[in-house]
Design a protein around this ligand. Structure first.
Ligand code: AMP
Length: 397
């Protein structure tokens, strides 16, 4: 494996797997959010400034293994050009003769974008034949698509076999790996993980993996009610996964055995319907009557959680504390986001990973007050679960 920071790109064609799966306006097919394009710029510029040329490959959306205009990467060329400040060539099939001609004659300093990889079924199937063809485009392979690193697709993992020496991570993946490792592999203490969101079932592997690493584990959101019920609390009509009550009991036991300080909410903002117009009240978390459901953590829980967060050196946050999409139930998530930001100001390292907590820090304008906001939803979750990501393993092997 090579390192992008020290690699000499002079005269080399760098084949970069980027994640340009950006949202497009349904009518105009124009890019509505270019965050992912911006994020890839440092890696692309590094190659160009080092005297190399760049061949970009990505997927976009979920096409049905054949070309479709609404999923064409042609729709995003102007946004890439705008972000790079230079023109970008395009080929309408990623493994056609025309594509090979264009990439083989690409001059240093130039950029070529290949059409959507998922127009070929070999991409998602992880076809070796497709990977071999794609590999012909470059002298060196860079994977900078963290969002798809948990997939063993042709362009994200299999292709690395064809670059036994000349393969590396881009800056984006490097930063994601460094950030998680900083939280989960460092000796700094205390380490606090905040896990929220709707369901225990979708977070169980993360919690299990974290129990061996954290000092404090804060549980919030809808999933907290399965834990409250596991302790014989009255949860009314709150979200509970009956099938996971035993799992919650086991987690409570394991936390105690491992010396993890597991915090669940002590009070809740309850509502008489799942709506921002609902009547609300604040009660003890284990005293919720039928006809009511807990949709946010209460003020005493906020204070309890904040105190632990403020005293932490390392913080990992995944999942909201309540139904933060509704203004009436966003206070808990907002206050926790703020506490993470303040702890970061005081010197803690904080990582926010996974879809909804990322949306929350963005909504509360706190994204630049935490140390790292992960771009890869599913990939980050699998990484936190302790799984080996094929896209990362392929570069490291
Ligand atoms: P997840 O994708 O598992 O992280 O869950 C995020 C979702 O959990 C968000 O859409 C929240 O609205 C939802 N959520 C958080 N707290 C609750 C709650 N107390 N009851 C129901 N849904 C919740």
């Amino acid at each position: 494996m090579k390192n992008i920071s020290t690699y000499n790109f002079q005269g080399k064609r760098a084949l970069i797997r980027v994640d340009f799966n950006v949202p497009l306006d349904k009518e105009t097919l124009k890019v509505t959010d270019d965050t992912r394009i911006k994020a890839a710029v440092p890696t692309i510029k590094k190659v160009l400034e080092g005297g190399g040329s760049v061949i970009l490959m990505s997927h976009l959306g979920r096409p049905n293994n054949e070309p479709e205009k609404k999923f064409s990467l042609e729709n995003i060329i102007s946004k890439i050009e705008e972000n790079l400040g230079q023109s970008v060539g395009f080929v309408s099939d990623c493994i056609s003769d025309e594509a090979f001609e264009k990439s083989s004659s690409l001059q240093s300093g130039h950029v070529l974008l290949l059409e959507n990889l998922r127009f070929h079924e070999g991409e998602k199937k992880g076809s070796r034949e497709m990977a071999e063809k794609l590999a012909r485009h470059g002298d060196v392979y860079i994977n900078d698509a963290f969002g798809t690193a948990h997939r063993a697709h042709a362009s994200t993992a299999v292709i690395a076999d064809f670059f036994p020496e000349e393969k590396m991570f881009g800056f984006l993946i490097q930063k994601e790996i460094e950030s998680v490792d900083k939280v989960l592999k460092s000796n700094k203490k205390p380490l606090t993980a905040i896990v929220g969101g709707a369901k225990v079932s979708s977070k169980i592997s993360i919690i299990t993996n974290l129990l061996d690493k954290v000092d404090n584990l804060i549980i919030g959101g809808g999933m907290a009610f399965t834990f409250v019920k596991a302790q014989n609390g009255k949860v009314g009509d709150s979200l509970v996964e009956e099938d996971y009550i035993d799992t919650a009991k086991q987690i409570l036991k394991d936390a105690e055995a491992k010396g993890v300080n597991l915090l669940i909410p002590i009070d809740s903002i309850i509502a008489d319907e799942f709506s921002n117009e609902a009547n609300t009240n604040q009660v003890e978390i284990d005293q919720i009557d039928f006809g009511w459901m807990g949709l946010d953590i209460g003020t005493r829980s906020i204070e309890l959680f904040k105190k632990t967060i403020m005293d932490s050196q390392l913080i990992l946050w995944n999942g909201p504390m309540g139904v933060f999409e509704m203004p009436k139930f966003q206070k808990g998530t907002k206050e926790i986001a703020l506490a993470v930001a303040i702890a970061t100001d005081k010197g803690a390292f904080s990582l926010v990973g996974g879809g909804d907590s990322v949306a929350a820090v963005n909504e509360f304008n706190l994204a630049d007050r935490v140390s790292h906001v992960s771009t890869g939803g599913g990939a980050m979750l699998e990484y936190l679960e302790g799984k080996t990501l094929p896209g990362i393993a392929a570069i490291l092997s």
